[in-house]
Design a protein around this ligand. Structure first.
Ligand SMILES: C[S@@+](CC[C@H](N)C(=O)[O-])C[C@H]1O[C@@H](n2cnc3c(N)ncnc32)[C@H](O)[C@@H]1O
Length: 213
């Protein structure tokens, strides 16, 4: 049983309540196994940046689908759901998915939960949008995400990636980005967090639009 605490997220004109783990250190079971790092149990600054960006800039058409990869607590995906997208939250950690699903339900959403590891990703569904909030941090995992971006995006779909100016993300995107397959827009969204040691972040948002018709 995970001890939880409530988090309030203020979007312009809308207040959102989520639950995150109250004590992340208590969830550490094996410090030598990277897969067991409980980085899913809180909302990362990049997730706030992506959530604000989506809330302020994107209007989904009825029936448009969104897949959030490495969703953790699910904030950016939930914002898409509030804007009427058809939402799938995905993570390889079942506890993360359980909490993300509860967070979605407590904000009035019906969502699909997809338990998948990027290294063995078997889902063949294609989505209008794929969200990636601070998940391109590991040079060995990044190529698997690159394949999912290609395989699971609908023609003319968009991949939206956010990160706090991570070198591993920039390096991956520089190698992965193919001008003949995608157009790219890049912007910075400032994020201020009241209860963090480091309160201010510049979150980089990349929007890749598929050029396939
Ligand atoms: C840094 S956290 C980011 C969480 C969330 N996107 C956010 O920004 O708040 C990375 C997320 O990716 C998930 N993850 C890590 N490795 C994964 C893998 N191999 N397959 C699927 N999900 C994975 C973790 O469980 C965690 O939820």
């Amino acid at each position: 049983m995970i001890e939880k605490k409530e988090l309030t997220v203020l979007l312009p004109g809308r207040e959102l309540k989520l639950h995150v783990a109250a004590d992340i250190e208590a969830l550490i079971t094996d410090v030598n196994d990277e897969d067991k790092v409980p980085c899913w149990a809180d909302v990362w600054p990049a997730a706030y940046g992506l959530a604000y960006f989506i809330w302020e800039n994107i209007d989904f058409r009825p029936g448009e689908s969104v897949l959030e990869l490495g969703a953790g607590m699910g904030l950016p995906g939930i914002v898409c759901g509030l804007k009427r997208a058809d939402l799938t939250l995905s993570d390889f950690n079942p506890l993360a998915l359980e909490m993300a699903g509860e967070n979605a339900r407590q904000n009035g959403l019906n969502v699909t939960l997809l338990e998948e590891d990027w290294r063995t990703f078997a889902c063949r569904e294609k989505y209008d949008y794929i969200l990636a909030s601070d998940i391109l941090y590991h040079p060995q995992l990044n190529p698997f995400l690159g394949e999912i971006f290609i395989n699971n995006l609908k023609p003319a779909g968009k991949i939206i990636i956010s990160h706090p100016e991570r070198k591993a993300t920039y390096d991956f995107l520089e190698a992965w980005y193919d001008h003949s397959l995608f157009s790219q827009e890049k912007l910075i969204r400032e994020v201020e967090l009241t209860d963090a040691l480091l309160p201010r972040y510049n979150i980089v948002i990349h929007v890749f639009k598929s050029l396939r018709a």
